[in-house]
Design a protein around this ligand. Sequence first.
Ligand code: BES
Ligand code: MN
Ligand code: ZN
Length: 500
Amino acid sequence: MAAFPAMKISIATDAPQNLHTDWLVVGVSGKKPQLDPTVQKLDRAMNGALAASIKDESFDGKRGKTLSVQGRGRVKAKHVLLVGLGEAPVSEATLRLFGVKAGRAAMAQTQLVVLAPSSEPAKLRVVCEGVVTGAYRYTRYLTGARAPKKQLSKITFLVDSKASDEQKQAVHEAQLVADAVNFARDLVNCPANDLSATVLANHAAERSKLAGITCKVWDKKGIEKLGMPLLLAVNRGSKEEPRFIHISYKPKVADAPRVVFVGKGLTFDSGGLCIKPSGSMLDMKMDMAGAATTIAVVTLAAQLGLPVEVHGVVGSTDNMTGGDAYRPGDVFASRDGKTVEIINTDAEGRLVLADALAYARELQPTYLVDHATLTGACTVALGAYRAALFSNDNELCERYKQAAEQSGENFWAMPLDEDLKDELKSSIADLKHTGSRLGGAITAALFLREFVGDCRWAHLDIAGPAYLEKAQGIMPKGATGFGVLTALQLLRNLGAKTGA
Ligand code: BES
Ligand code: MN
Ligand code: ZN
């Protein structure tokens, strides 16, 4: 990576046909006339090649559809990509998708010029976030002929008039946001043999330093002293030490709301003694996606200087089968004090989270929000592309839904169904840690609720969308960085509301 120049993003007013570039990307409406005046001019410069291709390929301009046309010397761009914008009004989600398609097309080339569908700073920001996240690929382990030869390093957005300070700021912020999403993806895509809890904590420390915020890390001895019996229970089967991470950003404004994010940081989930079948285990390096999202969001809030106090709390270990591994039937204390009877060692996430949530609530947050790849049941309920949203607070639930609506990430509110609470009754301890197979995502959330006290809390089960078998919409194959955009939007909305 270091061999490539850093990405340079600028705003210009040139006519699209006059710029040398690998890819030129323009939006095309789903309604007639499909081409706006600037694109018509481009089409004329290309002797009508765009209109002809649109006709030949029956390109309908539907949202996210693409059509590429070669420049062949008719314009200075090597390739022109048409991206459907659907019918007006064009939403922010559509603009983001437009950007992602542009970035994806150009990811293995050097230069990209994008004719901005809107010059409005907020919309330019969304398009730019799309481009930089769309150009993401994970190449760390590719060598020889498969090692990347080029990387997108110059992006130009074309607008009607000379760039304003607001537009420049929008593009600058977009780059920070996209970088945070891509950072989370890199952590999640990294194989478990190169990403232990110790390495994860080092990344958190390094990123915190970059963002200028504090990062505290506890090693195994420190965690024993701090009092996290459930995190230690899950770690027993591992050769690797656990880590507990707390990063914090405090803005220089009085009375800022305080949001504490908690992330599940399982660097690998074998299932423990209740071992997973090999097919289910294959992708379990992704089980620290909640932690990755958490670290990305908190450091991003600091980089953007949001008027909200933001903390990130992560419990990290792998879940292995070593000779000292925890067993079904074991009983452990928790940081909160409640005792827990272990039923299935593959339900390790909620144990790690229980102690992390108990710690987080001591910070007296305005809102407490956890991200976790917690249950397979959640993916059965909602499919791979949507996360579950549980909350004990209606206002927070509404805020989250609104933020998701704005970010374009898909969530669905699920019930903390009191009828299922009995499933967590144990005859030997205060709590059993799993219920039956039915409603598995809900009983997991009910278990977590036991550890949040009277905090206003939201639990986001991101087991599905955190890691995908194939690209879908704005999300790439593999690690997606899911949750970063919505959490950021929540913080932006909170900051705006308080007027801080
Ligand atoms: N990390 C898994 C959940 C998961 C499954 C994430 C698939 C992403 C994709 C979690 O630790 C787990 O194993 N949950 C069990 C809980 C069960 C034993 C009660 C599950 O969902 O099967
Ligand atoms: Mn598990
Ligand atoms: Zn897990």
